[in-house]
Design a protein around this ligand. Sequence first.
Ligand SMILES: NC(=O)c1ccc[n+]([C@@H]2O[C@H](COP(=O)([O-])OP(=O)(O)OC[C@H]3O[C@@H](n4cnc5c(N)ncnc54)[C@H](O)[C@@H]3O)[C@@H](O)[C@H]2O)c1
Length: 338
Amino acid sequence: MEEKLFFNEKIEFTDGLDRTFVKLPEDALFVVDRKLLQVTEELKIFLEGKTVYLFEASEKNKNLLEVENIYDFLLEHHVSQTLVAIGGGVTGDLAGYVAATFKRGIPFNMVPTTLLSMCDSSVGGKCGVNFRGIKNYIGAFRKPEKIIICLDFLKTLEERELKSGLGEILKYGLIGDQQMLKDLSATERDLFHLPMKEYILSGLCIKSELVQADYEDKGKRNALNFGHNVGHAIESVLEGTLTHGEAVALGILAEIYLSTMKLGLDPQADQVVRKIMDKYDLKRTISAEAEKLLEAIKKDKKNDENMRFTLLREIGEPEIKVVVQEEEILEALTVILE
Ligand SMILES: NC(=O)c1ccc[n+]([C@@H]2O[C@H](COP(=O)([O-])OP(=O)(O)OC[C@H]3O[C@@H](n4cnc5c(N)ncnc54)[C@H](O)[C@@H]3O)[C@@H](O)[C@H]2O)c1
């Protein structure tokens, strides 16, 4: 078993589900993605007799109503125990927000169970919920005291959810790990045989370093938003029909186009990304109205009177807060619209 401190983020890797569970506080209260009980017998057994709030993890349920339900659960059971989230990014974001706000903050641990949450959403302290159809509009910063990553959870993950994680991994390759991008482009391995631990570690390193430099996301951390201005708009407009990572991968294609247009990014970057997306069968186009996407981008919390994007000057060289005009966005959207 490894125990690592990634730039102030206490992350442990465990080998085997049983070894994961013994790391959790004996008297913890749990928020758990209900689906996990259907696919992971060990978890079901571990949770027997424990105090658990089960819910259906979906983008639609990442909302204030579910937050209130968990407040009620805590009102009934909480004295001073740690709240443990077991699930993907939805569970982590939701339970993290509750942990940040209930009694002005209670102890919090996270066990991410999707590729996306292992390499991305579990670290960095951002938590929150969607509001009035806008992604992550209500939120807080709350780092878990402990994040425990066990790759065994990936064994039950559906192919589509692995692909979703790949969307964020692509982003990491583009903003900070050229080697990973080259490997992904060259490998003949299928999705289930990719070296996920390496990719997770790379993602965690890139993200934790940026988070340590700029926890409140006022500058450097914005690099992580690459692909997300358009990605979040797609998620909002298509109302949860795409996974987060699928939307981010599409956002990456549009934002690569903008990067070439505005910062002279080598068009080769687009080819590398398309090659990877094709190999792993990630969606490259969607059916949506450009104007609706533009409206959603305008509403994104990252934007004020100007629309500011994180773009790439080169692979590995993100540039933050690049002001982009409406007509430029509309042109870039044509590359992903059917
Ligand atoms: N806080 C952050 O910094 C941050 C960063 C990136 C993304 N996010 C958020 O993360 C969310 C996406 O996360 P996600 O992709 O993990 O979504 P998710 O939590 O909805 O999980 C995806 C699906 O996988 C299922 N699942 C979870 N673990 C499983 C397992 N081990 N086996 C089988 N099925 C399993 C879930 O039930 C769900 O159907 C989005 O809401 C996004 O906004 C947050």
